[in-house]
Design a protein around this ligand. Structure first.
Ligand code: ADP
Length: 480
């Protein structure tokens, strides 16, 4: 085992919650060797039985929901309601993928020849390397591990260095649910050490990664030498469009929830609000009033609306973007500063008079900062929304059904909400984005199965003679 260690620190207080071995390439090697061996049995366990383990896992998550929720408010910092939602997503995903154990549908199709049967089936790929971030410390591992396992793969999980305690509880419960220890293992450690070793390991044919765009590119390059399946879920610069006919009260509620929920630390956070000029003034004052009503504090406190940022580096990054916005000439309406004292708290921040090309309108901040961009028309709004390199989530508030449908068609994003903010995905629809948000794969829903399986096409000839396909059969006599 690695002798070096690292600490898990509570972002609301700075308290050390635990010390963990800092895994290195040798630890990854050992885990992968075990996972590879375990795969030979696991792939033969009937999928409904694997699914039953996920049902048990969902029940265990449910039984431990309060404990996990409380731990999440401490280790990751999000507020209770959101932490409970994070655990609930894992419960939902586990039930959903448990049911997949009795589906995992393939296809059958008629052959062009007589007495021949054809089908396609999903095959597991092998050892999956799952690399996860800290912002959904229970939900994201579930999004990755539940489909990977039900499909018959084994997994080595490299969780984020900020949330090792939650990852440990997550995997403990999987083992309690009956998933053999060799089938799911954790290697804690840093991205450039344990993470990269996993990505480069020749016996790990699938990497599923959620994190920053820069790391996603590094992962893709490192995985290229072995031509791995790489599933990436990267950043966002998501916009809410508010049209002149919107229900403004509803829009403000949606913006507050999507921009400041989880302190803006969600890849689907609304860090841009594109507003029709006819309602720009009114929306500003309503939004600022709502942002200033939010109470900051530790996530475990029932009174808290917004928790801390994850760590000091995150706080510094968010604050540096406030300076960028001011330098670019945007107007700071509220917030824009850290809170004095212990913990990594940053005030909900709203910039107005932002133009779509400014850096605060282009780059992912991952904090409680949102930028108001005034526009004159629907067309201008869509163009502004699409002017970023990312394409994860999008939203429009309008009562005009024609505009709503045009937005659904024209917004360049993997997800579009109508009359809701940019957050709130459910587990049974695909989750992911276009452009620099990913590389064409999706998490959740049926789409997730594509990451964790290979299609196999099977031809069964029961004619008793050699029938030849893929040759020119045109001269075959027409059937009578
Ligand atoms: P964030 O900014 O959200 O921390 P990162 O992309 O840095 O996003 O981290 C997401 C996950 O990727 C973490 O588990 C981290 O340890 C891991 N990671 C970071 N760098 C690498 C790397 N070079 N190779 C593999 N994993 C990495």
């Amino acid at each position: 085992m690695a002798s070096a260690t690292f600490e898990s620190v509570a972002p609301a207080t700075g308290e050390v919650l635990g010390t963990f071995p800092r895994g290195d390439a040798a630890d990854v090697d050992r885990a992968v060797a075990t996972a590879r061996e375990a795969f030979e049995d696991w792939r033969l366990v009937p999928a409904p039985e694997r699914g039953n383990m996920l049902f048990r896992f969902a029940e265990l998550l449910r039984a431990h929901k309060d404990e996990l929720t409380d731990l999440m408010t401490r280790e990751m910092g999000k507020v209770k309601a959101e932490a409970g939602g994070d655990v609930q997503e894992a419960i939902d995903m586990s039930f959903y993928m448990g049911g997949e154990g009795r589906r995992l549908f393939g296809h059958t199709t008629p052959s062009e020849l007589r007495d021949k049967f054809m089908m396609s089936v999903r095959m597991p790929v092998g050892v999956v390397g799952a690399i996860t971030p800290w912002n959904f410390p229970i939900a994201i591992p579930a999004w990755k591990l539940c489909p990977a396992l039900v499909c018959g793969n084994t997994v080595v999980l490299k969780p984020a260095e900020d949330t090792p305690l939650l990852a440990a509880r997550f995997v403990d419960l999987l083992h309690q649910a009956g998933v053999p220890e060799g089938v799911v293992q954790v290697v804690n450690g840093f991205g450039e050490e344990a993470g990269e070793a996993l990505v480069r390991h020749p016996d790990v044919p699938v990497i599923t990664f959620t994190g920053s765009r820069e790391t996603g590119i590094a992962v893709t390059k490192a995985a290229a030498d072995h031509l791995k399946h790489v599933h990436l879920e990267l950043g966002g610069k998501n916009a809410i469009i508010v049209m002149d006919d919107a229900d403004l009260e509803l829009a403000v509620e949606g913006i507050v929830w999507s921009a400041f929920g989880t302190s803006g630390q969600r890849c689907t956070a609304a860090s841009r609000v594109i507003v029709h000029e006819a309602v720009y003034g009114e929306l500003q004052s309503k939004l600022v009033a709502a942002a200033e009503r939010l109470r900051l504090g530790p996530g475990w406190d029932d009174e808290t609306d917004v928790g801390p940022l994850i760590n000091r580096a995150a706080l510094d990054k968010v604050h540096s973007y406030t300076r960028v916005g001011l330098d670019e000439g945007a107007k700071l309406l509220t917030g824009g500063e850290p809170v004095e004292g212990a913990g990594f708290f940053y005030r909900p921040t709203v910039f107005a008079d932002v133009s779509p090309r400014m850096r605060i309108a282009q780059e992912e901040i991952f904090g409680p900062t949102t930028a108001l961009i005034p526009v004159r028309s629907f067309e201008e709004a869509v163009a502004a929304a699409n002017s970023v390199e990312y394409g994860l989530s999008s939203s429009i508030f309008t009562r005009d059904v024609n505009r709503a449908f045009r937005a659904m068609r024209d917004l360049q994003a993997g997800i579009t909400y109508v009359n809701a903010g940019t957050t709130g995905a459910e587990v049974h629809l695909p989750f992911g984005g276009v452009k620099a948000t990913g590389n064409g794969h999706r998490e959740a829903g049926q789409a997730a199965l594509d990451v964790f399986t290979e299609w196999k096409s099977i031809y069964v000839d029961y004619s008793g003679k050699l029938q030849r396909a893929q040759i020119d059969n045109a001269e075959r006599p027409a059937p009578r």
